[in-house]
Write a protein that binds this ligand. Structure first.
Ligand code: AMP
Ligand code: ZN
Length: 469
């Protein structure tokens, strides 16, 4: 497996710290609103990475946090006149609902910042003790960036160029900062804000410290992979490295993976620009599996522009796979239990070669776009080679490969039979039996009964098929 490592700016062979295991941390959302589809991109991409590594036999320990204390959460709480916990709990619940729709597996652990404050205070104290942090007059604790020689190594920025990038730091001497690049580890409480007691002042943690602490607690001082959207490279991940490596004394994450943006009209989709769709918006129009398919149809490091046209193409693409699987299912139901023919065996070896090609694409820095093309090649092979006279074993094997490779991408391609479908099939069987017994009156009655339910029967060469009107 080769991974593009932001830290070295190179494709590197993946070598885990512990044989057969992967420890990974993915920065999760700040929960003050429904997640938008830009936020869904890292969720889908890194869930797919996790699924693929699991498929290749690794045991993956996957940690993804919820940032549940933040200015935006506090503002939303004040606007509604409720406690900030009510806001964060509400949107964690909604986020989990969206993740389920997107078939994003729950993380091994989903820590919440507010439940890890003790660990944050400990790490901040360690940084102070080691001279990497200092307390200003008002009790604010800052990280001393000048004390960390490698500051800037992830974002490959020259320290002199860095001033412009900080999102929450203004340069004022009155803040008591030694250097404009220093960032907040702990800040004093303000009226109406949640706070915790600390050795420095009653207050709350800065954003960056939470990930360093949660990653340490759940995965250890050194981890295999740290991931998130590319906007997190600087300052968030740069600061996480400075904190973790200064506190723990070992390299933090061995591989840093970053997804490119989901854009709309070629601009980053974001809450602040107001140019976003929530996952919930999309779910009103599409099966969320279509959104997942759309996201995976591009390489995760390429920007992806959201458009109705591309969503329609994704919908058609997913349907093509699903129709093929449904057709194989149907053929298997009527197929004979015969030995596989030589021609069938030859087709299966072609399918195995495609499976190999799929793995190669995924091993190449998670090239899901190429992996999907391979699935389409398999669909084509199945559509031409699986016939009504094919052996059941052959049809089932073709179907299994398609379902397996789609499943690694988190795509559900088998149509689960609804209760209603089972009833319909029972009626169809009864009609077949009636016809066999020359009870045509009963057979016609059943056909009419089904028609009333909006089901049309089609007698085909391969058996009876049904469709909804
Ligand atoms: P936030 O809640 O803003 O911290 O974002 C949560 C995750 O979503 C982070 O990994 C961000 O990098 C990612 N993200 C936010 N907007 C986009 C976007 N338009 N495209 C891709 N990833 C995004
Ligand atoms: Zn983070």
């Amino acid at each position: 497996m080769k991974i593009y490592n932001t830290l070295t700016r190179r494709l590197e062979d993946f070598k885990p710290i512990n044989e057969g295991k992967v420890s990974m941390y993915v920065c999760g959302p700040t929960v003050y609103n429904l997640i938008h589809i830009g936020n869904a991109r890292p969720m889908i991409v890194f869930d797919t990475f996790r699924r693929y590594m699991t498929y290749r036999g690794f045991e993956v320990n996957y940690v993804s946090n919820f940032t549940d204390v933040d200015d935006k959460i506090i503002k939303a709480a004040n606007d509604e006149g409720v406690d900030s916990k009510e806001i964060s709990e509400r949107y964690i619940k909604e986020c989990k609902k969206d993740m389920e729709g997107l078939n994003v597996m729950p993380a091994t652990t989903h820590p919440k910042a507010t439940e890890e404050i003790g660990g944050m205070i400990d790490m901040i104290q360690t940084l102070i003790d080691k001279g990497h942090a200092y307390v200003a007059k008002d009790g604010t604790v800052y990280y001393r960036t000048a004390s960390f020689k490698e500051y800037g190594k992830l974002s490959h920025k020259n320290i002199d160029d860095l001033e412009g990038g900080h999102r929450d730091i203004k340069v004022t001497g009155s803040e008591g900062k030694e250097d404009m690049l220093d960032f907040v580890l702990w800040k004093p409480k303000k009226e109406g804000e949640p706070y915790w007691t600390s050795p420095w002042c009653d207050g709350r943690p800065g954003w960056h410290i939470e990930c360093s602490v949660m990653s340490k607690k759940y995965l250890g001082d050194a981890i295999d992979i740290h991931a998130g959207g590319e906007d997190l490279i600087f300052p968030h991940h740069e600061n996480e490295i400075a904190q973790s490596e200064a506190a723990n004394g070992v390299p933090f994450a061995h591989y840093w993976m970053h997804n490119a943006f989901l854009n709309i009209d070629n601009k980053k989709m974001s809450k602040s620009l107001g140019n976003f769709f929530t996952v919930r918006d999309i779910s009103e129009k599409y099966d969320l599996q279509v959104l997942r398919f759309f996201m995976l149809s591009a390489h995760y490091r390429s920007p992806l522009n959201f458009s109705a046209q591309l969503m329609e193409a994704a919908k058609a693409g997913l349907e093509r796979i699903r129709n093929c699987v449904a057709d194989l299912d149907f053929k298997a139901g009527n197929a004979k239990d015969a030995e596989m023919s030589d021609a069938e065996k030859e087709t299966l070896s072609k399918a195995d070669a495609l499976k190999q090609k799929y793995n190669e694409a995924m091993d190449d820095d998670l090239n899901t776009a190429d992996a999907i093309s391979v699935i389409f090649e398999l669909v084509k092979l199945a559509n031409t080679e699986a016939k009504s006279e094919s052996s059941k074993a052959f049809i089932m094997r073709m179907k299994d490969i398609l379902v397996e490779l789609s499943g690694v991408l988190g795509l559900k391609v088998t149509v689960e039979k609804e209760a209603l479908d089972v009833d319909i099939e029972a009626l169809i069987e009864e009609r077949q039996a009636a016809r066999k017994n020359k009870d045509f009156a009963r057979a016609d009655e059943i056909r009419d009964e089904l028609l009333q339910k909006g089901i049309v029967l089609k007698d085909t060469r391969e058996g009876v098929k049904w469709e909804r009107l």
